[in-house]
Ligand binder design. Sequence first.
Ligand code: SF4
Ligand code: SF4
Length: 350
Amino acid sequence: MLTKRGNGLSRRDFLRLAGGTLASLGMSGALAPKLARALEKAAAGRPRVVWLHFASDTGCTESFIKSDSPDAAELVLDILSVDYHESIMAAAGKQAGEVLARAVAGKDYLCIVEGGIPTVPGHGRIGGREMLDIAKEVCGNATAVVAIGSCAVDGGVPAAAPNPSRIMGVGDALGRKVVNLPCCPVNPEWLVGTVVYVLTMGKVPELDDKGRPKMFYGRKIHDNCPRRTHFDGGRFVERFGSKEEAAGYCLYKMGCKGPETWSECPRTRWNSKESWCIEIGSPCLGCAENRWTDNFSPFYGKLADVALPYGDLTADKIGVGIAVATGAAIAAHAVVKAARGKAPDDDRKE
Ligand code: SF4
Ligand code: SF4
């Protein structure tokens, strides 16, 4: 079991954590003192968390331990009581099984699930038990279940066709409502923001029809993308290594799935807000959406059914089109002026 650090957190620490959380939630910093008080109160009771790990590559744990608002160590050691987490707990083997049994017997805990659940008997076991049975027992006693990363949400990469182990997301495998935090891996700020929200508000945040918190998945990437003016202007990258790529044009024709992906990646960003996919020049692969590996393949293939502002034309052709249209407009303007008895450029003197 992970144990609390001796020093705990000061009032100033709670204010800093609250400020970081509000920023990730996109809320006003003026609420920081209120959130800090709620966080402090929650931490006094050290809410219990059981973190299950099934079919995945541990990428979401990797992502979480890099969180810095709040810092994952502060969250795990000072605010929460993480009673079970196979990747970071000291116990192993039989002892780990005993820790899990004790944690579940205590009830009143938040369950975080990483990884999809193999539903074919014998295809996924931990300590001799079927992953599905462990999930049923542990999630069944939890006050709330949060499925993190694409694998826990809908099976993710391990469930890509033909999926011989019939790996499923937690909600589908258990037939129950869970909070879904997709992406590959989970964005650590969204995970921390969701946990802090549940702790301080005593309820799960408002969810969309796919079980995703609207505060993190409520807007399309395409509608908040810094390259959107290039999309609207018909300026596209058509080849990596081109001058259009260097100019930062829209990545739609390189397979960007931003027009069909709902997530706050442009605002929250990744790696301590350092950058995010489209900013570093990669098209969005749509990993916040269900079954993205199957539905959005090939990754660098163009999305169908996206209306382009000028049809499927290159920027050069659009430029020629605009020049022709402009020339025609000037000619028409000159005819009207002549009919009114003015020279074509008399407007400058009016
Ligand atoms: S297609 Fe992609 S790169 Fe282009 S504006 Fe939309 S989200 Fe941004
Ligand atoms: S920008 Fe797209 S591919 Fe990148 S993390 Fe966000 S949803 Fe996933």
